[in-house]
Write a protein that binds this ligand. Structure first.
Ligand code: AMP
Ligand code: MG
Length: 417
């Protein structure tokens, strides 16, 4: 396992592609999260620390997939109806030993075990009853409407790989395969700060030159969606000494320190100096827009990420740079994002050599293809471009122009969380 040292973040100052940054994160940084066992009911969104193995077959026994009549296929006539006496009845939850088996049909219900000797189930809609007998149509295949033991998953197979962020369907499979607890990673503890003399708490009156702090509440929400424990540590003023002291203090209690603002190279961007005073900082100039340089480093041995200040840049860098970092530190396999093809309904020009995420709205065109429009105001500081858009389209590093009709990759906002 990688050790957490200053070298983890050291990297020559060239512009780095997102893939390179993500690869470095997983090569150089260790998993910081510990391990604990939690009941299934508390495991949603947690990260599996070990593979979850099926303790038994699912389904545990062969059973009927429909309400109908279970028979032995071999007794059926080839090309004509077959009439069989109904010799028993089995509902879900009953033991198959409850019926005597023979060459008749057994009235059976969905989920009931297949009685010994039967292999095929006729749906009740497809048969006719005639007193104590049932008339079965010709042509049903052997094994129809019967579910084999273990056809979903067999005992000993891997139900959930280590590193998966558990979703409700994973918990369902864990329950079905015999588990009531799961070994998961402890939640990463993330300290969250905003920086800037202009920032005022939401709800407070604005003085001259002030704005409300909007990044912190957005970051807290996004981070919570990634399953970390977020501690909101408020606003840091643009005072280098106090900044450095507060960051060093937070380093003692958290696994990751995240700030926004103050990482550009202006005279009032003090985060850089503060981190350098207490640890080591490497500006990771990541080729991403929006998102000016993202600062990464260690503060007193604790990983630190300084995001840009503009909300649009905060959103994009959190999702495409911090998210893989959280996955690594938290012990998760960062699942590949699933982008959807959309047809561009806008022309656009961009610089080569950086990945660009354009905020778009989408709608289905007359020919049933999903089309994307660029949100008209594109500044990194425009918050309504995040609230009014449907998601982001990704323009590759090498792309220099988009023409209407081009097929682009679209990520709905919700697919990024
Ligand atoms: P900076 O990187 O500190 O120069 O900030 C860039 C821009 O983002 C400036 O317009 C800041 O006022 C704005 N900004 C920084 N932090 C926040 C925040 N927490 N909430 C809203 N806007 C912010
Ligand atoms: Mg600032």
């Amino acid at each position: 396992m990688a050790q957490l040292t200053d070298d983890c973040f050291a990297f020559g100052g060239t512009l780095m592609r997102i893939e390179e940054a993500v690869a470095l994160i997983s090569e150089r940084l260790p998993v910081l999260a510990g391990i604990e066992e939690v009941p299934l009911a508390e495991a949603d969104g947690r990260i599996a620390a070990e593979p979850v193995t099926a303790l038994h077959d699912v389904p545990p026994f062969a059973n009927s997939a429909v309400d109908g009549y279970a028979v032995r296929h071999a007794v059926l006539a080839m090309d004509m109806e077959t009439t069989l006496p109904v010799i028993g009845r089995l509902a879900a939850g009953a033991s198959p030993d409850a019926v005597t088996t023979g060459d008749g049909a057994i009235r059976i219900f969905t989920g009931a075990p297949m009685p010994a000797g039967t292999d095929t189930v006729f749906m009740q809609e497809d048969v006719r009853r005639d007193g104590d007998a049932v008339i079965l149509p010709a042509g049903l295949k052997r094994g129809a409407n019967a579910r084999a033991a273990g056809e979903d998953i067999t005992r000993g197979a891997c139900a959930i790989p280590a590193g998966r962020r558990l979703r409700p369907q994973d918990l369902a499979l864990a329950a079905a395969t015999g588990h009531d607890r799961i070994t998961v990673r402890t939640r990463l503890r993330v300290a969250l700060f905003s920086t800037g003399d202009e920032l005022t708490e939401p709800g407070e009156p604005l003085g001259p030159g002030a704005i409300h702090d909007s990044n912190r509440v957005m970051l807290a929400g996004l981070l919570a969606r990634f399953g970390v424990t977020v501690t909101d540590l408020g606003i840091l003023r643009d005072e280098p000494k106090a900044l450095a002291a507060r960051l060093a203090e937070a380093a003692r209690d958290y696994d990751l320190i995240l700030t926004s603002g103050g990482v550009s190279t202006g005279e009032e961007d003090h985060v850089k100096a503060a981190v350098e005073a207490t640890g080591s900082l490497m500006f990771w100039r990541i080729a991403i827009k929006p998102g000016r340089p993202v600062a990464m480093g260690l503060v007193a041995g604790t990983p630190f990420v300084g995001l840009p200040g503009n909300p649009g840049a905060v959103y994009v860098t959190l999702l495409f740079v911090v998210r893989p970092l959280l996955a690594r530190l938290g012990g998760a396999t960062d699942a590949a994002l699933i982008g959807l093809p959309v047809r561009a309904a806008f022309p656009y020009r961009k610089k080569a050599g950086r990945r660009e995420f354009v905020r778009v709205c989408v709608a289905t065109a007359a020919d049933a293809v999903l089309e994307a429009w660029k949100y008209p105001r594109e500044g990194a500081g425009v918050l309504t471009s995040l609230t009014e858009s449907d998601g982001l389209v990704e323009l590759g590093d090498a792309v220099t122009a988009v023409a209407p009709g081009d097929i682009l990759t679209f990520y709905p906002h919700t697919a990024l969380w």
